[in-house]
Design a protein around this ligand. Structure first.
Ligand code: BGP
Length: 460
């Protein structure tokens, strides 16, 4: 074999509640921000398709989990829908939600698939959002209670916990770039939200430690290496700042217990430091994670600013760098994202060299393709491009392993085509195709068969 992975390597995939479950109004679930935003502005969602039309995992999890097993999974990450468990975000618990997650967990275990559970994947309960969402301290405390409840209910069987998935996306989407509810564009409010997400994370880790559970707890972070256009000091500085904003803003506090000095300096200069209480920084400092999930899709390329921003322009991270389109870069033409496989290696080496070689795994990596039915032949999607995408990334993961990185597994995004926020079903990512016009019928893609082989051989 060209790449042989260590025994016990985690092979699987990831999804989230809102993107997979459907049943948005069923089973006693309360509304979250996605249900609400879709009611308000269905036009913001690709083809007007909303969260209720996610691929119905809520009703079909038993067949889905059996198929995961068939496709070689030994682990699977999903998220708990906060408003399915606590319809109001806090207070009274929904027993149907508890029963559902209990059965998902038990079914996974019965199939020899280890459940990796994430507590928050962009789906703030509407009741909490209406009281300020992550801008409010109340949400931090509600999250801590929700997390504690999950540990108590499911912690006997779930041994891998993750507080948030891509918290920076909540900051970016909801408070800077208008691709998530509440569609605010305000740098200072964005910073406050980021700080509260970090604090909520630390409160959950604290609850886990105090509960004396025997598993591991961590977080899932999207890491986008920020490559400068050149080695000119101005470009290099632009890269460092982009890295501080989008990668280190969460990575540093959760692993090292402190925020990047460079970022703090920028916030101070722009009078944008968040409101904190005494003890907050100490709480964050004293609760490092056990395990880090890394989502990687594409790199970020930057250069020094070409024009000084207009003094009246709203403050955004782009105040400090410009995006750069590298000539000759390799593209996923079906999604419009760059493909740079070595990025995954650079991320892992950075964790090894600068973050104490923390135990980690690739928690999302995948290739979105628009109009994928083009590749349907003889009843199967022939997604050779996706097989190549996985294989080329895995080669770099393997190289990182050989060089001593503490990387424990590889999860693809995603098991079956799912509902991807405002992009709905525009870009398909699954190992398994979902036919929306045909009762959500599942059909394994060629990449699903390839994945099965790789997982079962523990390499390729
Ligand atoms: C990641 C998110 C996933 C998923 C993916 C695909 O950043 O963690 O939840 O949505 O992006 O994105 P898209 O459908 O926009 O191509």
């Amino acid at each position: 074999m060209e790449c042989c992975f260590p025994d016990g390597f985690w092979w699987g995939s990831a999804t989230s509640a809102t993107q997979s479950e459907g049943a948005a109004r069923d089973g006693g679930k309360g509304k979250n921000v996605w249900d609400h935003w879709f009611e308000l502005e269905p036009n913001r969602f690709y083809n007007g398709v909303g969260p209720d039309r996610a691929p119905q995992f809520y009703y079909r999890y038993k067949e889905d989990i059996a198929l995961m097993k068939e496709l070689g999974h030994n682990s699977f990450r999903f998220s708990i829908s906060w408003s399915r468990l606590f319809p109001q975000g806090d207070g009274e618990i929904n027993k149907q939600g508890v029963a559902f997650y209990n059965d998902v967990i038990d079914t996974l275990l019965d199939h020899g698939i280890e459940p990796f559970v994430c507590l928050y994947h962009f789906d703030t309960p509407l009741a909490l959002q209406e009281r300020g969402g992550w801008e409010s301290r109340e949400t931090v405390e509600a999250f801590a209670r929700y997390a504690e409840t999950c540990f108590r209910l499911f912690g006997d069987r779930v041994k891998k916990w993750f507080t948030h998935n891509e918290p920076i996306a909540v900051v970016e989407g909801g408070y800077l770039y208008d691709f998530q509810y509440p569609n605010v564009v305000d740098f200072r409010r964005a910073v406050q939200v980021g700080f509260h997400l970090t604090l909520a994370h630390a409160r959950a880790v604290q609850a886990y430690r105090e509960g004396g559970y025997d598993g591991q707890i961590g977080i899932i972070l999207n890491q986008m290496p920020a490559y400068p256009r050149s080695q000119h000091p101005a470009d290099v500085k632009a890269g460092r700042i982009a890295d501080a904003f989008f990668n280190r803003s969460f990575l540093d506090p959760v692993v090292r217990g402190e925020f990047p000095e460079e970022l703090v300096e920028i916030l101070r200069l722009h009078d944008a430091l968040p409101v904190m209480r005494e003890g907050d920084l100490e709480l964050i400092r004293s609760h490092p994670i056990d395990l880090l999930g890394v989502n990687y899709y594409h790199p970020r390329r930057v250069k020094a600013k070409e024009h000084v921003p207009h003094p009246d322009a709203p403050l955004l991270p782009e105040h400090f760098f410009d995006h750069y389109e590298m000539p000759g870069r390799k593209m996923n033409v079906y999604r419009g994202w760059e493909i740079y496989e070595k990025g995954i290696y650079d991320i892992l080496m950075n964790l090894k060299e600068n973050y104490g070689n923390i135990p980690c795994f690739v928690s999302e990596n995948g290739m979105g393709v628009q109009d994928e039915h083009r590749f349907l032949r003889d009843g199967m999607i022939h997604d050779d491009y996706r097989i190549e995408f996985f294989r080329e990334h895995l080669k770099w993961v393997h190289k990182a392993l050989q060089e001593g990185c503490n990387v424990k597994g590889y999860h693809v995004w995603t098991f079956m085509d799912n509902w991807s926020w405002i992009n709905a079903y525009k870009n398909r990512y699954g190992l398994v195709a979902v036919d929306l016009d045909n009762d959500y019928r599942r059909t394994v893609k060629k990449s699903g068969l390839w994945f099965k082989q790789v997982a079962e051989n523990n390499g390729f």
